[in-house]
Design a binder for this molecule. Structure first.
Ligand code: AMP
Length: 283
């Protein structure tokens, strides 16, 4: 396992690997790795000859009042976890190299960036698309692995890959959960013990939606109301949104049509900790 910190060093290594005919997979992360990230690394391991895990807390995807400064970090722990999961390289760039003085270029995936998370986190997906495009230019992968946990991120990145003609295959890994259903997230460490006990209601509400949407004639608005009641009645969570949308276009659905894949997604705040989760449903 090799740790690379310089952008030039990473590009040089990727060029060499490509010359040797190696298939390169990249796993972009913000670090503080957990079993969700490690599942992505293992999927990358299966899909390619060489795995590069990137660890970078990307300031461009945080709003001015968000948790960039206090986002949990543990680079040394990340290096050993990534290595044990089968990563060949960990790319750990410095903020000042990624966004040097005079940096001016951003990628904006229109419309898809403005709904759901984008409404509550303006500029978030501009930051995401920009760093992912930069990491693609730096690591030169054949394959990139993302988690379904961040469903809208997958939709935005997929669109960017198509629109900007990146010759990169995307692999999406299902959400890894705790035994009680809570989706693993680096932000779960912020939860107080009582919030941690309440938080699995998010997944229970998604399972409720899955059941209801399978019933003929189910209306998204009714399903959203039921989910909302379940969350409000059994937890201190404050709901930012609950959405039933087309999984590809992210358009809100007012009725259910057979054959469409539906993304049920939500964001709920427990104190200052904002959790997101989702489920894909195909009635
Ligand atoms: P992050 O470090 O939060 O930016 O996440 C890096 C990658 O790991 C993203 O593609 C996430 O979707 C993915 N990821 C985070 N949590 C999970 C999880 N619980 N299950 C699957 N993938 C995840």
């Amino acid at each position: 396992m090799e740790v690379i910190r310089s952008i030039g060093g990473m590009q040089h290594t990727s060029d060499r690997l490509r010359c040797e005919g190696k298939r390169i997979a990249v796993v972009p992360t913000m670090g503080y790795l957990h079993e969700g990230h490690l599942t992505l690394i293992r999927a990358a391991r299966k899909a390619a000859d060489v795995v590069i895990t990137t660890v970078f807390v990307n300031p461009a995807q945080f709003g001015p009042h968000e948790d960039f400064e206090r986002y949990p970090r543990n680079p040394e722990g990340d290096i050993s976890l990534a290595s044990n999961a089968g990563s060949d390289f960990v790319f750990l760039p410095d903020r000042s190299d990624v966004y040097p003085e005079g940096y001016r270029t951003y990628v904006n995936v229109e419309t898809l960036s403005e709904v759901l998370e984008g409404k509550f986190r303006p500029g978030h997906f501009r930051g995401v698309a920009t760093i992912v495009a930069k990491l693609f230019a730096i690591t030169k992968p054949h394959v990139a692995v993302f988690g379904q946990k961040d469903a809208q991120q997958v939709v935005v990145v997929r669109r960017m890959v198509q629109d900007l003609n990146f010759d990169i295959e995307l692999i999406v890994v299902p959400t890894v959960r705790e035994a009680d259903g809570l989706a693993l997230s680096s932000r779960n460490v912020y939860l107080s013990p009582s919030q941690r006990t309440e938080a699995p209601v998010l997944y229970r509400s998604l399972l409720l939606a899955e059941r209801r949407l399978a019933e003929p004639g189910a209306l998204p608005s009714d399903v959203i109301k039921e989910m909302s009641s379940l969350i409000s009645n059994t937890s201190s969570g404050v709901i930012d949104y609950i959405s039933v949308a087309d999984a590809n276009t992210l358009e809100e659905l007012h009725r259910i049509e057979k054959g469409r894949t539906i993304l049920v997604s939500l964001a709920v705040r427990f104190g200052t900790t904002r959790l997101i989760d989702n489920i894909l449903v195909s009635p």
